[in-house]
Design a protein around this ligand. Structure first.
Ligand code: BJW
Length: 232
């Protein structure tokens, strides 16, 4: 079977990464819509760098690990009977750490920096600020987190669209269905005649669009679902 899996913040919640719109979703009183925009970065780069420096440091402090949901998706990728296309909205690296061989990060990656002068994208694990130097062109005050902010074009949309159109099954895990274009993938799948399944702790804005919705923690639901497919 050809399977497209879309993951969101909920899959990393049990690993200790806060979701955006949950009770712990505010950062210093700011909503993500106020700090994750090009306008916010232009107006107050220090504030936006601080937001991402804090999240990068937390991701790397040794307390955050992939959970059974990440591990189960890595097992599914190994299955000989199924073809998995894994796309995540998450900027953490927990799918990779969990063993997933290929992950499309449609909203970018926290552990990479992008140079606004030369366009180079490089791994970045340390603090980033206005005095950081681009490793490709040597300029300063030109690096930004390699993430997709509101109003910017997500990464790999053509590839995702074509994977969905070829799929037998589309599964959304731990995403609120509030942020487009990812929130529209389920409708795209349905228009293409693809079966759709949602795995989420709660009902979401898009639950009624899915053929099937299962409620529970990703760390429990995903291994069970993968077990159904692989017979393990
Ligand atoms: C659990 C759980 C557990 C918890 N187990 N589950 C209409 C059409 C097209 C675009 C728009 C439109 N209307 C508005 C727009 C523009 C905008 C948008 O969508 N705005 C909305 C707020 C309305 N979109 C954009 O600007 C995008 N770009 C764009 O549209 O370009 C033009 C274009 C147009 C048309 C076609 C193609 C392109 C860019 C969006 C960029 C989003 N960026 C962020 C920040 C990234 C960097 C960072 O991390 O800081 O991405 S915002 C933030 O939200 C982040 C996330 O990836 C994204 C989605 O959040 P997610 O993952 O769903 O998390 P939550 O917190 O919302 O939900 C968590 C879920 O988990 C909940 O459901 C819980 O129940 C569940 N859960 N614990 C299972 N243990």
């Amino acid at each position: 079977m050809n399977i497209v899996v879309l993951t969101g913040a909920g899959i990393s919640a049990e690993s200790g990464v806060p979701t955006f719109r949950g009770a712990d979703g505010l950062w210093e009183g700011y909503r993500v819509e106020e700090v994750a925009t090009p306008e916010a970065f232009e107006a107050d780069p220090l504030l936006v760098h601080t937001f991402y420096n804090m999240r990068r440091a937390k991701l790397l402090d040794g307390t955050i690990h992939p959970n059974p949901a990440h591990l189960a998706l890595a097992r599914l990728a190994e299955s000989k009977e199924h073809e998995l296309f894994l796309v995540t909205q998450n900027i953490d690296d927990l799918h990779e750490r969990g063993g997933s061989p290929e992950v499309l990060h449609m909203h970018g990656e926290l552990l990479k920096a992008r140079c606004v002068d030369c366009g180079a994208v490089n791994p970045w694990r340390e603090e980033m600020g206005r005095s950081s130097v681009c490793r490709a062109c040597g300029h300063i005050d030109c690096l930004r987190p390699h993430v997709v902010w509101f109003g910017e074009m997500p990464i790999g949309l053509d590839e995702i669209g074509s994977a969905i159109s070829r799929a037998d099954l589309f599964v959304a895990i731990g995403t609120s269905g509030l942020v487009y274009p990812a929130a529209g993938f389920v409708s795209l799948a349905r228009q293409a005649g693809v079966r759709t399944l949602e795995l989420n702790l709660e009902a979401t804005a898009g639950s009624n669009v899915f053929h099937e919705s299962r409620r529970g923690r990703a760390g429990e639901l995903v291994p069970l679902w993968v077990g159904e497919l692989t017979g393990d």
